[in-house]
Design a protein. Sequence first.
Length: 357
Amino acid sequence: MTTVDPDFADREARKERVFARINKLDAWFKVLGLAWITPILKAAAGDNPKAQMKDIWLLLGVPLCAIIGFLLLWGTLAPKVQTSLGAIPGPAQVWDQVGNLHKDAQREWDKEVAFYERQEARNAKLIADGKADRVKERVYTGKPTYYSQIWTSIKTVFFGFLIATAVAVPMGIAAGLSKTANAALNPIIQIFKPVSPLAWLPIVTMVVSAVYTTNDGLFTKSFLVSAITVTLCSLWPTLINTALGVSTIDKDLVNVSKVLKMGTYSKITKLVLPSALPLIFTGLRLSLGVGWMVLIAAEMLAQNPGLGKFVWDEFQNGSSQSLAKIMVAVLTIGLIGFALDRLMYAIQSLFTFSNNR
């Protein structure tokens, strides 16, 4: 008869619970692009450190080496390329401009605080002197900071993306369920899908200027022009993937819906959408990526005060620091694009998880 050490059994049970938690977290690490954390946690928990080191090297070491190699190549080759604004800035010069843009933003925030403090003191004095009728509340109109331009771009792309989603998903469902609707929409999709945002922009500008005549509305004209251009260019991936997802639903499920005499609304909400959800989200991720790329060009020409306008203004400025600032904007655009894709992937994972429960 053999006996089991209670302490050993407790340690093994605790280890199993730790590994179970790590495996649950692993799904979210992958969603967030942080899959390299899992082997580090497993190695720390004592799960075959040698094997985990291979995963750490593949998931973390190789990407870091690639980034370092890219930075070294950039830093070596950049000074050798001369432009009208001087040599291409290397990583160090670009990083310096990150700090300068942050300092500029801080100075602008200080000016805004000082403006409102002066306004509040002036209004308080007018009230104390019995001149309350002369009190005025003005909005600070200083130049936008780099951070406010980033926020403007994010708001614009999401506004255009949401409009595109509201249009594309119903149309995609109709095209997937009805051969007639698909035949009607297919030529329109094929004609307008390849159209560049630069071609849409003049049309959108003229239409918005003609329809949106107010000067004190909720949105500025430049914001609407940029957002609608994003909509027109980004709705196609969602529309196509939604139609494909709906049209490839298992025929047995369709037959069951007929046997149960499900209404159109019930059929769409309980059968069509859950089954087509993976492809719909694939289309949404593609649409958001397209919208983010389109937005920069749209903001340049529409002069919406976002990252696109920032790049255009720096190009027009032509100072010795302009190239480095433009490269800061390029890196910012890339990082935000990655974050937006991870966000959509996280939302997709949440919907898929809740749908499979």
